[in-house]
Design a protein around this ligand. Structure first.
Ligand code: HAM
Length: 410
C-alpha cells in the first residue's frame, strides 16, 4: 500500500486561505494607498537574484540566511532576502537616464532562512519605500511619515507604536570621542545590534574579538546610556520636520537602534509596538554608499522595509481577529432551475453597475441560501422564487438590518 505523504507547506512558508487574504489585502491596501499619497512610484523585479549581489560580509545575519542554489548552467542563484540590493542594481543600471531624486516603492516577497520565532517566518512580504539621490533629512521624514501614515490607515494610533530613531554617524562620533578608532566602528555596530537579543557579556566578548580593549568595551557600554540627541544636527532636524508634518508623537530617540545591515551610514530607525510584545514592525535608514559598492556612481539613499507578518499580528491583537472582514457585495440565489436565468440576468445587471455579486451555482432552499450569504459576509442578498419571476419583482435584503427593498427583475 502506498504510504500516505503529508504535503504541508515547507516550514516557515505560509499558505494564504481566503480568510488570511482578507488581512493581507487590508495591509497591502494601506501600503499602496500611503505609497501613492506620498508620491512614490511602483517598481518590481524577479524574486530570483544572483547570489553574489545579495551576499555580503561575514558576520551579517541576512547574508547567512540566504536561500541559494546552482541552476542547470551552474549559475549561483539566490532568492532575495531583501529588496535593497536589487533596487541598487536597477538604479545603477540606468543611473545616467534616471532623474533624481527617485522615490520608488514595491511590495516584495523575501526569503530568509531564519530561526523561527514569533513574527519571523522564512518568507514574508516587505513593503519598501526608498528615496535615492537626496541628502536632505526631509527624505528621512518623508519615508518615516509614509510608514506612519500606513499604520494609521490600518487603524492604529501613535499610542500603539513608536518609531525609535538614532544615527550611526552620531554614534560613530561618540565612539570616536572616546577613542575607539573609526575602522572598528562597523564591528561595534554589529555587536551592539545584538543588544537585548543576547547577554551583555556575550556582546562584550564580540567587542573584544573585534579588537577592542577593556577600556574601549567599557566606554562603548557607557555611550549606550546616552539619552539625548542634542549635538546631532540631522536628528534635531528630523524631529523638527516630524513636528511640522504632525507625527513627532510617533518618534523617540533611542541610541540602541543600530540595525543589523552593514550598509547604513546615517540616521537609522526601527518601529516597535508600545507594549513591547512583538518584533520590529519596520526598519530602515540612510545608506549612502550602497550604489558605489555595486559599481554605480556615488548616490545618497534612504529607505525602509515594512514586513506584513508583525503588523498583521499586531492588528489582530489590537483590533480583533475579525476586524478586516467587513460585509460587502451581493449574494444572488434561486429556488429552482426555472429561476436560474432570471438570477443570472440580475447578477449580470448588478455587476454592470459595479456591484460585487456572488451568484449561487445551484438552486437552494431559502434558509440555506441566506445562511451561506451570511457566512461569506455578503452585505446584501436577493433570493428569487417562482412568484418573483412571474411578478417581475424581487426583494434585496440588507444582511445587517434585515430591511428589504424591492427591485425589478430584467
Ligand atoms: P530589515 O530590518 O532586515 O531591513 O527588514 C525590514 C522589515 O522586514 C522588518 O522590520 C520586518 O518587518 C520584516 N522582516 C524581516 N525579516 C523578516 C522575517 N524573517 N519574517 C517576517 N518579517 C520580516 C531590510 O530588509 C532593509 N532592506 C530595509 C531597507 C529598505 N533599508 C533601506 N531600504
Amino acid at each position: 500500500m502506498a504510504e500516505k505523504i503529508s504535503f504541508e507547506a515547507p516550514r516557515g512558508m505560509r499558505d494564504f486561505y481566503p480568510e488570511d487574504m482578507v488581512w493581507r489585502n487590508k495591509v497591502f491596501d494601506a501600503f499602496r494607498a500611503s505609497g501613492e499619497a506620498f508620491g512614490f512610484m511602483p517598481y518590481d523585479a524577479c524574486v530570483v537574484e544572483s547570489y553574489e549581489l545579495l551576499a555580503r560580509k561575514a558576520g551579517e545575519e541576512v547574508g547567512e540566511q540566504i536561500y541559494h542554489f546552482f541552476d542547470k548552467s551552474e549559475r549561483h542563484i539566490a532568492l532575495r532576502a531583501e529588496m535593497t540590493p536589487t533596487l541598487a542594481r536597477m538604479v545603477a543600471q540606468r543611473q545616467k537616464e534616471l532623474r533624481f531624486p527617485l522615490k520608488w516603492t514595491t511590495i516584495a516577497q523575501c526569503f530568509r532562512y531564519e530561526r523561527m520565532t514569533k513574527g519571523r517566518k522564512r518568507e514574508h512580504y516587505q513593503w519598501n519605500l526608498d528615496i535615492i539621490g537626496e541628502d536632505s533629512v526631509l527624505a528621512e521624514a518623508e519615508v518615516i511619515g509614509a510608514a506612519v501614515d500606513a499604520l494609521k490607515r490600518m487603524g492604529l494610533t501613535s499610542a500603539d507604536f513608536k518609531v525609535r530613531v538614532s544615527s550611526r554617524k552620531f554614534l560613530g562620533e561618540l565612539l570616536a570621542k572616546s577613542g575607539i578608532p573609526a575602522e572598528k566602528h562597523a564591528q561595534v555596530f554589529l555587536a551592539l545590534d545584538k543588544r537585548g537579543k543576547m547577554p551583555d557579556s556575550e556582546i562584550a566578548a564580540m567587542l573584544r574579538d573585534g579588537g577592542l580593549g577593556e577600556a574601549d568595551v567599557a566606554a562603548t557600554f557607557a555611550i549606550m546610556d546616552t539619552k539625548s540627541y542634542a549635538g546631532c544636527a540631522e536628528l534635531e532636524e528630523l524631529f523638527a520636520l516630524a513636528a511640522t508634518a504632525g507625527f513627532a508623537d510617533c518618534l523617540q530617540f533611542d541610541i540602541s537602534v543600530i540595525r543589523g545591515l552593514s550598509y547604513y551610514t546615517g540616521i537609522v530607525f526601527e518601529c516597535f509596538d508600545t507594549a513591547g510584545e512583538f518584533r520590529a514592525i519596520f526598519g530602515g535608514g540612510r545608506y549612502d554608499n550602497l550604489l558605489t559598492t555595486i559599481g554605480g556612481e556615488p548616490t545618497s539613499a534612504v529607505g525602509l522595509g515594512f514586513g506584513d507578518v508583525v503588523v498583521t499580528e499586531l492588528l489582530k491583537s489590537r483590533l480583533g481577529e475579525s476586524a478586516a472582514s467587513g460585509k460587502k457585495g451581493v449574494s444572488v440565489g434561486f429556488m429552482t432551475d426555472a429561476e436560474r436565468d432570471a438570477a443570472l440576468r440580475l447578477a449580470t445587471s448588478l455587476r454592470s453597475e459595479g456591484e460585487q455579486v456572488d451568484l449561487a451555482l445551484k438552486p437552494s432552499k431559502p434558509k440555506k441560501f441566506f445562511s451561506n450569504a451570511d457566512q461569506r459576509g455578503s452585505a446584501k442578498a436577493v433570493y428569487i422564487g417562482p412568484d418573483d419571476v412571474s411578478s417581475g419583482k424581487a426583494r434585496m435584503k440588507d444582511m445587517t438590518t434585515r430591511e428589504e427593498k424591492e427591485l425589478s427583475l430584467v
